[in-house]
Design a protein around this ligand. Structure first.
Ligand SMILES: Cc1ncc(COP(=O)(O)O)c(C=O)c1O
Length: 402
């Protein structure tokens, strides 16, 4: 059989694709004995299996023809109404018409990239930032410019405008960021809004972790600070189940019109059955009680992880203390590579994600993202000991670069 010359027919976008190193590492997750500090996986204990069983059974009995049918691209009106009610109860004044349901927030990021980015278009993001977003920006031809210190946002924007590369948007994860675990202060949020208004920029607020706060004070969403300019992306992945692949976009109607058309060619509509389940789950008032249990579980895991870090980590290592979310971010002394640490920990069946993949400029080789939501408590201490021993070994056997 003759082979096709694939390279000659691939699109330019396909040639820009970058596979996720994290997903390769996670391919090992099925190994029974693996301790994973790797993915952003919710803990399966938080999945409300019994409630979902009951809802599925009811839907199939009462409304099989609508819940198993195609649905509107905008999403199930009941679900959109439930979400709008929830935002309104939190002081964000929106209606169902301000919301489009997506096949998870990853699709929401991709649809935003699809409607905004031309080849070589600039956008501004944090340094580090979520790799799945970078993947999408790169695929659609975008050129992300990372800002390490939020105080430099304005000077970065000014420089880009002077170079004729005005950013199409600012991509931000204000609450418990992936990968850093860091939360933007009120002053930093006000600064993003100020800069966006001053230089007429759109903001994409990616908000998958916002409801998972374990300490500290809740701060306003960027959306609540500017409903015209901010596009908020939400998801059920971290608070209900990632298996549903359900997310949403809140934006002004002009933007949503474009998103809907972009979504039609992607998948026509998000899973109608899953939307019906989620709508009923919210409507029955089950979401908040499960969220409270989830927060309790993760708060305990965060405490345990931080305690173990304090107890076992070498003095030269630093890490963030997240107020919520699923991650903390660890920094080795400059010159040491987390990839070298990973080689050692994988021998001991411990996985984490080297931080470098989250840096759009290739920096961050001495950083790592550590997830604390997934591993069982008894494996957290064991995993931190393995990690600390591997770090000590790399530090003591690698020549000092400074
Ligand atoms: C910041 C951020 N955005 C988006 C996503 C994608 O989530 P999902 O597609 O499951 O909604 C993730 C997943 O971990 C994330 O961390």
């Amino acid at each position: 059989m003759s082979k096709i010359d694939l390279e000659s027919i691939l699109s330019e976008n396909a040639s820009k694709m970058r596979p996720s190193p994290a997903r390769n590492i996670l391919a090992g997750l099925n190994r029974e004995e693996l301790i994973s500090f790797g993915g952003g996986y919710p803990n399966p204990e938080t999945f409300p299996v019994d409630d979902l069983k009951r809802i599925v059974e009811t839907l199939l009995r009462e409304s099989p023809s609508s819940s198993l049918q195609y649905g509107p691209t905008e999403g199930d009106p009941k679900l959109r109404r439930e979400l709008a009610n929830r935002y309104r109860s939190q002081g964000v004044d929106i209606t169902k018409d301000d919301i489009v349901i997506t096949t998870s927030s990853q699709q929401a990021i991709d649809l935003c990239s699809k409607i905004f980015l031309n080849r070589e278009d600039t956008l501004v993001c944090s340094l580090p930032t979520y790799f799945g977003a970078l993947q999408s920006f790169w695929f659609w031809g975008g050129a992300p410019v990372g800002v390490a210190d939020e105080n430099n946002l304005e000077s970065t924007v000014i420089k880009l405008i002077e170079e004729g590369r005005k950013p199409k948007f600012i991509y931000s994860i204000p609450d418990f960021q992936n990968p850093s675990g860091v939360t933007l202060s009120l002053a930093q949020r006000e600064n993003i809004i100020r800069v966006a208004r001053l230089y007429d920029l759109t903001i994409i607020e990616d908000s998958p972790y916002r409801e998972l706060r374990y300490s500290g004070e809740e701060l306003p969403t960027l959306l609540s600070m500017d409903k015209e300019r901010v596009i908020l992306l939400g998801t059920f992945s971290k608070t209900l189940t990632p298996g549903f692949r359900l997310g949403w976009i809140v934006a002004n109607p002009q933007i949503l019109d474009k998103i809907v058309v972009a979504k039609q060619s992607a998948d026509l509509c998000a899973s109608v059955f899953d939307q019906a389940i989620a709508a009923r789950y919210l409507g029955d008032g089950l979401f908040d009680s499960n969220l409270i249990k989830t927060i309790e579980l993760y708060r305990g895991k965060r405490e345990l992880m931080l305690e173990c870090f304090k107890r076992y980590m070498p003095k030269s290592v630093s890490w963030t203390v997240p107020e919520g979310g699923l991650f903390l971010f660890l920094t080795l002394p400059f010159g040491y590579k987390s990839a070298d640490v990973l080689k050692l920990t994988l021998i001991e069946n411990l996985a984490f994600i080297p931080g470098e993949i989250f840096f759009c400029n290739g920096e961050g080789k001495n950083t790592m993202r550590i997830n604390f939501s997934y591993a069982p408590n008894e494996k957290i201490e064991k995993g931190v000991k393995i990690l600390a021993t591997a770090i000590e070994s790399v530090i003591s056997t690698t020549p000092d670069y400074r």
